[in-house]
Design a protein around this ligand. Structure first.
Ligand SMILES: [Mg+2]
Length: 292
């Protein structure tokens, strides 16, 4: 038996897409059932995700039946918000970081300049999603609609090929480098960049902010924390979005990736490939420990 499976954790934190669910249409009844049992045992649960609370509510929380909902936290919008249930079981926003007007303006300017700089030298059509809290999403590959997380390696290859095919010789990495250069020119400090192989996302927060919030606000020893994700490895040289959940100075936290992780993953991350099915299997194993 692997050592990490034998422990009793007091805080279980996990990424959503590609870790807890295959995609946004996945059925969550089984997951809701297991999570309810953890909540009942007093285990704190934390969902750390780039998406918004409405998506998590519709897909998952609406199925969660428990008298102990106050033990679950939703850290949404890639580090910008935290939601929890109050004493009346009402879902409540308990933390928000909101970009200033200046920060929002600079995020817009950087996204637009990236689009212009790529399009002026190629036949590539870059679309930007502006209406995300504290961040902008630069779509580098409009040929893939909703790529499943397990296809990430192919997606990265295709995105770089797509850019190349349309006459832009840079890769995803080059776009990120350009973002950094622009951020510097605007004296924008602490710009957060992530990529999932299709989008380059720029914003003021990332999953590190979510992890910091957890260790600062939930009373639990670091060796009683386990964190699950699926994108810890580098994507075309850029840290995957879950990499940002690795907190410096907290070496006792257990990290598990259930993702495909086609690129090298950081040392110390336990790799249990198998996506949402493996995640559920591990949760059931950990639940059994609590009953012993
Ligand atoms: Mg994920």
């Amino acid at each position: 038996m692997k050592e990490f499976l034998e422990k009793k954790y007091k805080l279980i934190a996990f990424d959503w897409d590609g870790t807890a669910v295959y995609d946004r249409n996945s059925d969550c009844h089984q997951l809701a059932c297991v999570i309810a049992k953890f909540l009942e045992k007093g285990t704190k649960i934390a969902i750390i995700t780039g998406t918004n609370i409405n998506n998590i509510n519709n897909q998952f929380l609406s199925l969660l039946e428990s008298d102990f909902k106050q033990n679950i936290y939703m850290l949404t919008n890639r580090g910008s918000e935290v939601f929890a249930y109050d004493k009346n079981d009402t879902l409540t926003n308990i933390y928000s970081k909101i970009a200033s007007q200046t920060e929002n303006d600079i995020l817009d300017k950087i996204a637009i300049k990236i689009k212009q700089q790529i399009e002026i030298t190629s036949k590539t059509n870059i679309k930007i999603i502006f209406n995300r809290m504290n961040r902008r999403k630069i779509n580098l590959n409009s040929e893939w609609e909703n790529p499943p997380k397990e296809m990430i390696k192919q997606l990265v290859i295709d995105t770089n090929h797509y850019l190349d095919k349309h006459g832009w010789s840079g890769r995803i990495k080059k776009v990120c480098d350009m973002v950094n250069t622009l951020a510097k020119s605007y004296q924008f400090k602490n710009l957060k960049i992530t990529t999932d192989g299709k989008f380059v996302e720029i914003g003021i927060t990332d999953k590190k902010d979510s992890m910091k919030w957890l260790v600062e606000n939930i009373e639990v020893d670091e060796n009683e924390i386990i964190v699950f994700g699926d994108e810890f490895g580098k994507i075309d040289g850029i840290n995957g979005s879950d990499y940002n959940m690795i907190l410096k100075g907290f070496s006792e936290i257990t990290y598990v990736s259930v993702g495909v992780e086609p690129f090298a993953i950081p040392k110390g991350i336990i790799h249990e490939k198998g996506g949402e099915k493996k995640f559920l299997e591990i949760l059931n194993r950990l639940l059994a420990n609590l009953n012993n």
